[in-house]
Design a protein around this ligand. Structure first.
Ligand code: ADP
Length: 343
């Protein structure tokens, strides 16, 4: 005991004299902007060689309905990023009072247009439109958002399909930061069908499946999880993902020391008369205990846009095969109709 005390005092004196720092309590900041820039150049190289090999340049079409200012900005960002890596892009703008049938007609035209590889309808849609119907109106092979029933179903089964970009962004940030996941605990806060749920599916899925899941023991919390219960789950988690939309929901006392904290939310807050973007995480205080943390902005946001581009390139590279399949199917149908006619 006495020896231990002497050693402790000795270490303290040495570290004071030579400024030997104690292990830093500040988390490593996962720089989504930097990682997305790396992926951007990887994708640009892939698009260039795809086009150089004689293939048509990939093309993405976004459909924007109504006047949601945030949606307009997101779509603009997506198109600018597409162009930056050599993907052609176009935005179809429709007015706020567009009917569901009219929107479906536009989506179907895009589905049948062979010069287009990827189609996305920017969400949220005006109240008179049922989003689920629209998500499943996009042809599964062009569904770069991965929201079609077939793609969501494949994700549930761990089969190869198109995975929603936010979930891909979260996985990429975790794996490029070398975070250990297999058998570790994850908590996803938020169970929305397009964000929280796909993220949770990718975290909990079998790493041996085609989709590249992370084998984590995963808990999903939501609006009916009492805050005290939420805290119990997050305190056990090695990875915490928050996708809720409540500033400062996650505080320091809720985080296990060394955990990886990924903030998916984008909240607009009025701070000292100025609009500021914040996430769900109380960044400054959580950074004191977490091992890794994403900032808002500059974390999941830029990564999501770039993963959408990855999806677009992938669907375009599958187009030739898809076309052969579609033409074959059309011939088969015509043949069957002719046979029926003459029998
Ligand atoms: P997004 O599309 O960005 O995921 P939604 O508004 O559709 O946003 O979903 C918000 C999610 O946050 C829902 O799943 C909801 O249950 C969850 N949520 C809301 N409040 C809380 C809370 N206090 N604690 C935990 N989860 C919450």
């Amino acid at each position: 005991m006495a020896l231990q005390r002497v050693l402790n005092i000795g270490t303290q004196l040495i570290s004071r004299k030579f400024h030997i720092s104690q292990p830093s309590s500040k988390a490593v900041i996962i720089d989504g902007k930097k990682i997305s820039k790396q992926i951007q150049s990887e994708l640009k190289a892939s698009v260039d060689s795809w086009v150089l090999a004689g293939n048509r340049r990939p093309k993405l079409v976004a459909v924007l309905v109504g006047n949601n200012e945030a949606s307009k900005l997101y779509v603009k960002k997506k198109c600018v990023t597409a162009e930056s890596i050599g993907i052609d892009s176009e935005t179809i703008t429709m007015c706020e009072d567009t009917s569901q049938d009219d929107l479906i007609r536009v989506v179907e035209e895009l589905n049948h247009d062979h010069s287009i590889d990827g189609v996305l309808v920017q969400l949220p849609l005006p109240n008179n439109i049922v989003e689920r119907e629209i998500c499943s109106a996009v042809a599964p092979a062009k569904d770069v958002d991965g929201f079609h029933l077939a793609n969501m179903g494949r994700l549930c089964l761990g089969d190869r399909g198109i995975v929603p970009a936010t979930a891909l962004a979260v996985r990429e940030l975790i794996s490029r930061s070398n975070i250990e996941t297999k058998g570790k605990n994850a908590v996803v806060i938020g169970r929305s069908k397009h964000v929280g749920l796909p993220i949770a599916l990718l975290l909990q899925g079998d790493g041996k499946g085609q989709v590249g899941a992370l084998d984590m023991t995963t808990t999903i919390c939501h609006r009916y999880t009492p805050h005290e219960e939420l805290k119990k789950y997050t305190q056990l988690a090695d990875v915490v993902i928050s996708a809720v939309g409540i500033p400062r929901l996650l505080t320091k006392d809720m985080i296990k020391p060394g955990a990886c904290v990924i903030d998916v939310a984008i909240n607009r807050e009025l701070v000292n008369g100025k609009w500021k973007l914040t996430g769900d995480v109380d960044f400054n205080e959580v950074a004191e205990v977490a091992g890794h943390i994403t900032p808002v902005p500059g974390g999941v946001g830029p990564m999501t846009v770039i993963m959408l581009m990855k999806n677009t390139l992938e669907v375009s590279q599958k187009r030739p095969q898809q076309l052969i399949y579609e033409v074959g199917k059309e011939l088969e149908d015509t043949g069957r109709k002719l046979l029926n006619k003459y029998n």
